[in-house]
Design a protein around this ligand. Sequence first.
Ligand code: COA
Length: 252
Amino acid sequence: MTQAIVVERDGAVLTLRLNRPDKKNALTREMYGQLAQALEQADADACVHALLICGTAECFTSGNDIADFLQQPPEDMSSPVFRFMRSLLECRKPVVAAVAGAAVGIGTTLLLHCDLVYVSRDARLRMPFVNLGLSPEFGSSLLLPQLLGPARAAQLLLLGEGFSGEQAAAWGLANAALPEGVATLEAARDAAQRLAALAPAAVQDSKRLLKAPGREQLRQVIEDEGWLFIQRLSSSEAVAALSGFMNKPRSP
Ligand code: COA
């Protein structure tokens, strides 16, 4: 059976590859659980020095599986999606992301917690939470205004406007924008290997220092956003918007 999350070790780099191409790598509860487990194990494994999160050269992820949101929404902070958020937030090892194609919803917000991000120039990033009757998640309501200023953060989180990989790099949300998907995956892998070759304790101490300011506030915001998100998922606005996506006619 095809694995929707492929976990591969290459030396001291652990790669977590999203592999559900028929659904644009939409993330199910099961996939969040697998990602969380892999992150937790990698954090505890001294042989892993760096992690790489990627999709394919065509698509990163279309975000949370919308059918899952309708059929088995998260109920509390023990739900797999929140376990995944915690495991990425608390990961002591450096995490690199490679983004080509679509990065929707959590596909964009998770990047705010990676240490290095490589995107293809034509990647399409978007956080359409309000458009789906939902609200921001994973600390984005705190981090985006800090990183981009309140005006641009409102454009992305209130209007739900999309942006390109090229813009993400220009705004400082990504380290570099590469010409296409394969080059993006290569650049990210190269960065992960370079991180893995460095003294692991020095890298981890440095990451901890870089992430320390505002840490407690960030944890609290993620939890507050999480409870609000759970409430919004059962709102008539969200149910109508999510059902609308699932029932949209698609070409065969
Ligand atoms: N959840 C569940 N299924 C999804 C999905 C998601 N987030 N994103 C895509 N899919 C499914 C589609 O239903 C379709 O399935 P089908 O072939 O069985 O009909 C398949 O993946 C291909 O999607 P499609 O929309 O036809 O591909 P596209 O190339 O035209 O567009 C996206 C790609 C990512 C732009 C578009 O799929 C999209 O906007 N997805 C939803 C993103 C979203 O709102 N995520 C949630 C944020 S909270």
